[in-house]
Design a binder for this molecule. Structure first.
Ligand code: GH3
Ligand code: MG
Length: 540
């Protein structure tokens, strides 16, 4: 991979910091902690980027800065101290050229990797190295935001720096530990420190792997790939319910979206049914738990053997199952379930010479409308089941599609703020064609920041997706983002920044200000679309 652009970005970061400090008037002060963090991050990134000279300079300088000292540096003293770095920056800038590789295009179904590192140069570099493999990457510099993003996006792999501002990587791990363990999310800790204690602490806090900075990108990618493969195997191996040997609820959650997608493509309605054994508690109470288990097993097997190969059955919970009948109307599903009930209830169970039979009740919902969500469909099937139980059990009830009211849909405002007419129009067209059924979309374009900020559209009390150009006259995207983040309703906003290739410092600022994602211009529409879909899926 071409490291040149990351080198240039690192250089820009160094220059930004240096110029910020060096323009201070005589008598100006800079906090020791800030210098320490600065040198620390250069050391980590320069090693990874194989800039030996810079690594050496930063290591030497870092040795002279005490991490725990909270004093201030005088600007004159600082200028002298940092002179090797200033010289290097000048030489490097004047004797190296700029080359930029093509951007990769991630797919919407690609594994999702989350990287948390407070050094934007490192973040951008790792993100792009991973994206070269067609994985989707979410990058974040702020641990608070990262934790929120983690629960919203549920990544397939987490890459986490030990040193973060406000909250360190171990603390982040503790916060997400329960979910992380439950779903076996591979977690890689990265750090400039490679002491035995740090590594032990990482593993004790649930990390699966530890990679020291400087990072060898080739090895890094291979290790991530290995973790993703294991995660996939794990996901597959835990999809069958142990007792009944049908798919479990976890797989239901994973596979239901596929039926909805197929429906959108083929327009063939399908039916979702929730099936529940009648008076099951009584079976347990009368004949014992083991007999209860046997009834569950036989019931699941009976269903499995008597449905078509394309129908799918899942254990939804206790004695509740979900059956999906593809290409099936509710009337057909009802007939099939009624036949199944007749067949199953004619089977005789025997416990200590006592014979008994078992029936079930079922609720059916037919998906025939693209605006219906998974949750709504399950809710409708469940309320029909409830009705079947109330009507005396051992029967099948279908719900009526019309009762999924329009007002169950959420509203989503989308704003595109870009001074370039072509891009604005292109994006608006693209967004119009997105099929996001959960939301009633309201798309508006704005040619500058103030027009957006002062609009009624921006202030409405609904979810909002903001696509924001980084560089605009009047007010740039960063300033717009800054203002939006201060609004009380900032939580309702998801923000994607569009930035130019040469504007890596904007990316850095955007991420630090809490943008949810960024895209480098010129961008592939499919990339943008995939990113938008991911973000929208994470919205309630
Ligand atoms: P209804 O006809 O209204 O569905 O009544 P019910 O008794 O079937 O339903 P209820 O929800 O009152 O009780 C379900 C019982 O199923 C309670 C729970 O202890 C039992 N159960 C849940 N999982 C299992 C299991 O894996 N094995 C056994 N043996 N029992 C289970
Ligand atoms: Mg029951």
């Amino acid at each position: 991979m071409d490291l040149q652009k990351y080198k240039n970005h690192l250089l820009q970061t160094i220059k930004d910091n240096l110029s910020k400090w060096l323009i201070l008037e005589e008598g100006g002060k800079v906090a020791n902690a800030e210098i320490y963090r600065f040198l620390h991050s250069i050391k980590g990134t320069s090693g990874t980027l194989q800039i030996e000279k810079l690594l050496e300079i930063s290591e030497n300088l870092l040795e002279k800065v005490d991490e725990d000292n909270d004093s201030m540096w005088d600007v004159i003293e600082l200028k002298r101290f940092l002179s090797p770095l200033i010289e290097f920056t000048y030489e490097y800038e004047n004797f190296n050229e700029l080359t930029i590789p093509d951007e990769p295009i991630p797919q919407s179904n690609a594994p999702l990797i989350q990287i948390i590192d407070d050094d934007p140069s490192m973040l951008i570099m790792l993100k792009e190295a991973l994206e070269e493999n067609n994985w989707m990457v979410m990058a974040c510099t702020d641990p608070e935001q990262a934790v929120k993003q983690y629960f919203e996006m549920k990544p397939d792999c987490l890459i986490l720096d030990v040193h973060l501002p406000h909250k360190n990587g171990f603390e982040v791990l503790q916060e997400i530990q329960e979910y992380n363990e439950k779903y076996f999310i591979p977690t890689i800790m990265i750090s400039i420190e490679d002491s035995k204690q740090t590594r032990i602490k990482a593993y004790q806090n649930g990390a699966d792997d530890f990679i020291q900075k400087p990072i060898d990108l080739e090895e890094f990618v291979v290790r991530v790939k290995h973790h993703l493969q294991r995660k996939k195997m794990f996901d597959q191996s835990v999809l069958i319910d142990e007792l009944t040997q049908v798919y479990n609820r976890r797989f239901l959650v994973q596979s239901l979206p596929r039926f909805f997608q197929d429906f959108k493509r083929t327009k063939d309605p399908f039916s979702i049914c929730i099936v529940d054994i009648d008076y099951f508690k009584k079976i347990n109470d009368t004949y014992g738990h083991l007999m209860g288990d046997k009834v569950l097993q036989d019931f699941a097997q009976y269903l499995k053997q008597n449905i078509r190969s394309l129908d799918v059955i899942y254990r939804y919970g206790g004695e509740e199952f979900v059956i999906v009948f593809p290409k099936t109307t509710s009337e057909e599903a009802k007939n099939r379930l009624t036949e199944l009930n007749d067949g199953f209830s004619s089977l005789v169970f025997t416990h200590q010479d006592i014979n008994f039979t078992v029936t079930f009740s079922a609720g059916v919902f037919m998906v025939e409308d693209e605006t219906v969500t998974i949750d709504q469909a399950l809710k409708m099937a469940d309320s029909s089941l409830y009705e079947a139980k109330n009507n005396g059990r051992a029967q099948v009830v279908c719900s009526i599609a019309d009762s999924v009211s329009e007002n169950q849909k959420g509203y989503l405002n989308i704003s595109v703020v870009d001074d370039n007419f072509i891009i604005r129009t292109l994006l608006a067209n693209e967004l119009e064609s997105l099929s996001i059924n959960r939301f009633e979309l309201n798309i508006k374009v704005f040619e500058n920041g103030p027009a957006f900020l002062n609009s009624k559209h921006a202030k409405e009390d609904v979810n909002h997706l903001l696509i924001l150009d980084g560089v605009m006259p009047k007010m740039d995207g960063i300033e717009v983002l800054q203002q939006v983040k201060q609004w009380q309703k900032a939580k309702q906003y998801k923000v994607i920044m569009l930035t130019g290739r040469s504007n890596k410092s904007d990316v850095k600022r955007a991420l630090m200000l809490g943008a949810d994602d960024y895209i480098i211009k010129p961008f592939e529409i499919s990339d943008l679309q995939a990113r938008i879909e991911r973000l929208l899926n994470s919205m309630k």
